[in-house]
Structure formats: structure tokens, C-alpha cells
Design a protein around this ligand. Structure first.
Ligand SMILES: Nc1ncnc2c1ncn2[C@@H]1O[C@H](COP(=O)(O)OP(=O)(O)OP(=O)(O)O)[C@@H](O)[C@H]1O
Ligand SMILES: [Mg+2]
Length: 414
């Protein structure tokens, strides 16, 4: 009796908080073995939402017979398993009689082999009519009595309460983590949006003030190039070099200003444009690289979109692809109507991206380039969203990158 009280106390103390299911199962099994003087035994647990019985703890004597996890339903061939788990009844043999009356089991489907027992006792761990697990005990030298059954049933009851609490706490923890993650994501998205809004305001101011002088420098730079070309007098090599540098840097500044201006846009100004015209114009303005082969496939389709924004988005993708192929390669540009979708594709055979870059590429100001601002893809995503579209990036290091933009086609002229 002393033994029983001790075990009950031990289990009650565990009910207050279980963190280690295995350790707890061990306590339950040891208490049950002690009370019934059994030599072998195991504890099985049914994980919520599954139909699998997982062996959580077992005596060393049957270690070799134990499979880690078994599916328990449906197993109508197993008299004993059926009775304990499906019919929710305890089964035990005493004095070679089996209660309730069933054919004596030769082979235990739970263990997948004959059970090396003379006498055994097995009972379900039940709470609110739901089976949460199973306690199996065997080979008590003195056989099993009704008293043993009552005591182990009591342990099973405590075990069930503790188990349910364990699963509930686990579920609450999971919900809390999910909630935390959701809040974190929302805050992050809000911050990004806020950041874009601030960039947008700054952008419009800066771009507005820079656009005119930049245009003037650009024009003068062009005129200077023309003047050098048509000049009859010999022009110093250095001056030619400086003129080229001015043109190159003006182009770079122009790209930044145009990108910032697009980032500041809150809506797309839709108009009917032909895809071939858009891509044609775009390609005219790309500084061609000798080692890069350009393949295009563009439908002759008229659709509604914001040509300035789409051109900016595509030219950023194209520029990224060119920058990703310093040793040359193939640049594929496609613009096609696929049913109710206009699909743009920019593909390169360049250096590709690793997982870290893929995770961050749409973040404003994320760049891996010495002379990059990291706004090309943030802007592209912004433009795609203004067109209610989607953007998908597939990339493999050293193989290349494929970026697909899909926007709803609005091809009917009203
Ligand atoms: N086609 C590509 N191949 C390989 N890496 C790419 C490609 N496109 C983008 N990336 C990676 O994603 C990063 C972000 O690209 P994004 O266009 O936003 O900025 P950036 O090109 O670095 O600078 P910016 O476009 O402002 O000049 C790049 O720095 C690069 O690491
Ligand atoms: Mg870029």
C-alpha cells in the first residue's frame, strides 16, 4: 500500500507540469511495474491528430521487440489491440484465463511478434472517452488481480490528465509561436511599406530637383560627343576619355533618379501600348555588350499598362542580368499573352543567386554590388504590385536566373 501511495504521489507531482514525455512515461511505467510486480512493460502514446501509437518507454527486456511507431487503426485482426484501443477496455490474464474472454494471443500485432508473457495486463489511457495511449505490463510472477487492475487504472487516469495537459500546452505554444510570427511578419511588412512611403516622398523631391540639371548635363554630354566626332581638329585622347566618363556617369545617375521616381508612384497610369513597341524601345536604350547574345520573343499585342513603370521594371531586370554575365552569356527577353495574363520573362545564364540573396532581393537597399543601390528589384516588385501582378524568381548559383512577371491582360480597346 505504501508503494502505491508513493507512486500516486509521484505521478500527481508530475501532473502539475510535464516537459519531458519520455521521462514522464518512464515514471508511469516504473510505478505500474512496481505495483504489479511485472517484469516487462511498455507505454504507448497516440499523438493527437494521428493514428499512430508511439512507444514512449519500455523495459529493456523487450527493447528488441519494439518498433518506434506503429499505425494502430484499423487493425481489426488484433483482438487484444482492438479491445484495448477500439473498445477502450482493459485486458488481462490471470490464472491462464483471459479477461475479457478472447482467444489467447499468439502474436501481438502491436509489437509485431509473439509476446513473451505468461500473464499480462494491458489497459487504455482514456480521458473523456478518448484513448490517448496504452499501458502494457507482463510477467508478474504472482499473476494479476482485480486489485492490480484498479491501481493501474488509477495511474492511467493521472497519466491521461497529464498527457492531455501536455498536448494542450504544446498546442498553445504552437499557436503562440504562429501568432508571434504573424505579428512579426505584419510589422515587417508595415515597416517596409512605411519605408517605401518615406522613400517615395523623398524621392519625388530629390528627383524633381535633380531631373532638370541632369537632363541638361545629359544633353550637353551628348552634344560634346557629337562635337568631338565631327571636329576637324585633333582632340586629345584624354578629353575623349573624360567625355565618355561623363556620359557613362550621367547615364548611371539618370537610372537612379528614374528608379526613385518610379518608387514614389502610388498608382499605375494605364494606357494601351503594344508589347513589341515597349520592348523595342527598351532594347534601343540598352548598352549592348559584345559577349551577350540577346534572344527576344515578343507578341504583337496591345494591352493596358503603365509604359513608364513597366519599362523601368524590365530595364532593371535586364540590367541585373547583364551585370550577372560579366563573361558573357545569353539574355532571353519574352513578352507574351497567355490567356488572360501578360507574361514577361527575363532570363540569363549568369552567376545566379544563393539562398541568402534570394531571401533578401526584394528588400529596398539590399545589394551585393559595389556600385549598386539595391532598389532595382524593390522597384520592380512595387511596379508589379501597382499592376496587380505577381513576380517569381528562379535562380541557381552559376547557372543563371529567370524572373517571370505576370500581370492581368487588358487587351480590349474600349
Ligand atoms: N539576374 C541576376 N543574377 C544574379 N543576381 C541578381 C540578379 N538580379 C538581382 N540579383 C541580386 O539581387 C541583388 C538586388 O538586386 P537589385 O536590382 O535590387 O539591386 P542592385 O542591382 O544591387 O542595385 P541597383 O539595381 O539599385 O543598381 C543584387 O545586388 C544581386 O545580388
Ligand atoms: Mg539592379
Amino acid at each position: 500500500m505504501k508503494n502505491i501511495n508513493f507512486c500516486t504521489l509521484l505521478i500527481e507531482s508530475f501532473i502539475s507540469y510535464i516537459t519531458d514525455l519520455e521521462k514522464f512515461s518512464k515514471t508511469v511505467l516504473e510505478a505500474s511495474l512496481g505495483i504489479t510486480q511485472s517484469q516487462i512493460g511498455f507505454i504507448g502514446i497516440i499523438e493527437p491528430g494521428t493514428k499512430a501509437l508511439v512507444f514512449k518507454y519500455y523495459t529493456n527486456t523487450i527493447k528488441h521487440l519494439i518498433r518506434k511507431k506503429i499505425v494502430i487503426y484499423p487493425d481489426k485482426n488484433c483482438n487484444y489491440g482492438c479491445t484495448v484501443i477500439d473498445k477502450k477496455m482493459a485486458v488481462y490474464i490471470t490464472n491462464k484465463k483471459l479477461y475479457p474472454a478472447h482467444n489467447c494471443i499468439k502474436k501481438c500485432p502491436l509489437l509485431g511478434c509473439p509476446i513473451p508473457v505468461e500473464y499480462f495486463m494491458s489497459l487504455p489511457v482514456i480521458l473523456k472517452d478518448k484513448v490517448l495511449g496504452l499501458i502494457f505490463l507482463g510477467n508478474s510472477k504472482r499473476g494479476y488481480t482485480d486489485n492490480d487492475l484498479e491501481h493501474v487504472k488509477k495511474i492511467g487516469k493521472y497519466f491521461a490528465i497529464a498527457l492531455e495537459r501536455y498536448w494542450l500546452e504544446k498546442e498553445v505554444k504552437k499557436y503562440t509561436q504562429d501568432l508571434e510570427r504573424m505579428v512579426e511578419e505584419k510589422v515587417k511588412a508595415l515597416k517596409e511599406r512605411e519605408m517605401l512611403a518615406i522613400i517615395g516622398q523623398m524621392t519625388l523631391m530629390v528627383a524633381h530637383d535633380l531631373r532638370n540639371p541632369l537632363q541638361a548635363i545629359s544633353n550637353y554630354s551628348f552634344l560634346m560627343k557629337e562635337a568631338i566626332k565631327s571636329s576637324s581638329s585633333k582632340i586629345d585622347k584624354k578629353i575623349r576619355k573624360y567625355a565618355r566618363a561623363i556620359a557613362r556617369n550621367t547615364e548611371y545617375m539618370d537610372k537612379i533618379v528614374k528608379n526613385l521616381q518610379c518608387l514614389g508612384k502610388r498608382e499605375a497610369k494605364l494606357e494601351f501600348v503594344n508589347l513589341q513597341v515597349i520592348i523595342g524601345e527598351l532594347l534601343k536604350n540598352i548598352t549592348k555588350q559584345r559577349r551577350i547574345k540577346i534572344v527576344t520573343d515578343v507578341d504583337n499585342v496591345q494591352t493596358q499598362l503603365d509604359p513608364i513603370l513597366i519599362t523601368r521594371a524590365l530595364s532593371n531586370l535586364i540590367l541585373n542580368s547583364i551585370q550577372a554575365m560579366p563573361k558573357g552569356g545569353t539574355l532571353t527577353i519574352r513578352a507574351k499573352q497567355k490567356g488572360s495574363i501578360i507574361e514577361f520573362l527575363v532570363k540569363d545564364t549568369g552567376m545566379g543567386m544563393d539562398e541568402e540573396i534570394k531571401r533578401n532581393l526584394f528588400k529596398p537597399f539590399y545589394t551585393t554590388k559595389a556600385k549598386g543601390m539595391g532598389i532595382g528589384l524593390a522597384l520592380t516588385k512595387h511596379v508589379v504590385e501597382l499592376h496587380n501582378g505577381t513576380i517569381d524568381v528562379k535562380s541557381q548559383p552559376s547557372k543563371g536566373t529567370k524572373i517571370t512577371i505576370k500581370i492581368p491582360a487588358q487587351t480590349e480597346q474600349k
